[in-house]
Design a protein around this ligand. Structure first.
Ligand code: 13P
Ligand code: SF4
Length: 313
């Protein structure tokens, strides 16, 4: 049964959540949700986290079915790490525009220009792109992954903003960047930061490395969604300006009822992350849709890049 006292649960939600819980038991399923999901979706998830935490959880769970409340590349990564499980993405069209900014054939051509470079992809990429890479990374372990490589020259795709951040943190490596970016984070400007700081001078600024370099430069802390939540939770400060998608407010407020959070911008919404609803999760479990299927050869190669990341981090 669902907690009826929960603020997020109105009567309609309680009914649908009870049906989801019943189907979950029947299917021996778990629901995992990214930190950007709607509040009511995060509320019913067995695990909420950043891309790295969710990948690790999916690789270790004993469930037969994983319902992935997130975007396509995340569900695909879960399938690659657990090929024996059924992985469902409730919303077929929940994609990531940044992941779509590079194709495997574009990467193959790009690699020809740098035959000695190691090739690293951000987890926000397709299975086909991962299959072309030596190792994968997430925003929480990118610096560690890059430092672990023996090569000095490294192709990094697709996020130029995360690539710029890594370059600053690991100056001994030469990163060759692809021109990709996250439309949700890339639209945030220095002006947004200045205004937020003017309104809340005693707040700390916490941003995701997918923001532009000039925005990242003004931050007090840079990290993945989970790292931002953990930082604010452990900090003695009481006020924070949040520079990532607004879904993180769910855990931030839940973990820190005595602290205040301000969004760096009202434009911090990822439309793809918001596609998944309780209704689509219910349908997903009822009709076992939409199953992630990946070609065997791509799966094997992409799995090498993801598993190497898990070994390093
Ligand atoms: P995290 O891995 O930090 O949760 O980020 C995923 C993402 O898509 C950020 O836009
Ligand atoms: Fe992709 Fe950006 Fe949405 Fe993250 S916030 S899933 S990078 S579009």
């Amino acid at each position: 049964m669902v907690n009826k006292n929960s603020e997020k649960m109105n009567n309609d939600n309680i009914e649908i959540v009870n049906k989801i819980m019943e189907l979950k038991r029947e299917r021996n399923a778990v629901i995992v949700a990214h930190n950007y999901q709607r509040d009511e979706v995060q509320e019913i998830a067995d695990m909420v986290g950043d891309s790295f935490a969710l990948s690790k959880f999916c690789a270790s769970t004993n469930a037969d079915t994983v319902v992935f409340a997130g975007v396509y590349f995340m569900a695909e990564s879960a399938k690659i790490l657990s090929p024996e499980k059924t992985v469902l993405l409730p919303e077929r069209n929940a994609g990531c525009p940044m992941a779509d900014m590079i194709t495997a054939s574009e990467l193959r051509n790009f690699k020809k220009n740098y035959p000695n470079a190691a090739v690293v992809c951000y987890i926000n990429s397709s299975a086909e792109v991962k299959a072309e890479c030596d190792i994968c990374c997430t925003s929480s372990n990118a610096v560690k992954v890059i430092k672990s490589l023996k090569e000095e020259e490294i192709i990094f795709v697709p996020d130029k903003n995360l690539g710029n951040y890594i370059s600053k943190m690991v100056p001994e490596k030469r990163l060759i960047l692809w021109e990709g970016f996250c439309p949700t984070h890339h639209r945030i400007t220095v002006d947004d930061v200045i205004k937020a700081k003017e309104h809340h001078p005693d707040a700390l600024i916490l941003v995701h490395p997918e923001c532009k370099p000039e925005v990242v430069d003004l931050a007090d802390f840079v990290g993945s969604t989970k790292q931002i939540i953990d930082y604010a939770t452990k900090s003695d400060n009481k006020k924070f300006i949040i520079g990532t998608e607004m879904g993180v407010l769910y855990s931030l407020k839940k973990n820190n009822p005595d602290k205040t959070f301000y969004m760096l911008s009202n434009a911090f919404i990822c439309p793809n992350m918001k596609k998944t609803t309780l209704e689509s999760i219910y349908k997903s479990l009822k009709d076992m849709q939409y199953k992630i299927e990946i070609d065997d050869e791509i799966m094997q190669k992409a799995s090498n890049a993801l598993k190497r990341m898990l070994e390093v981090s």
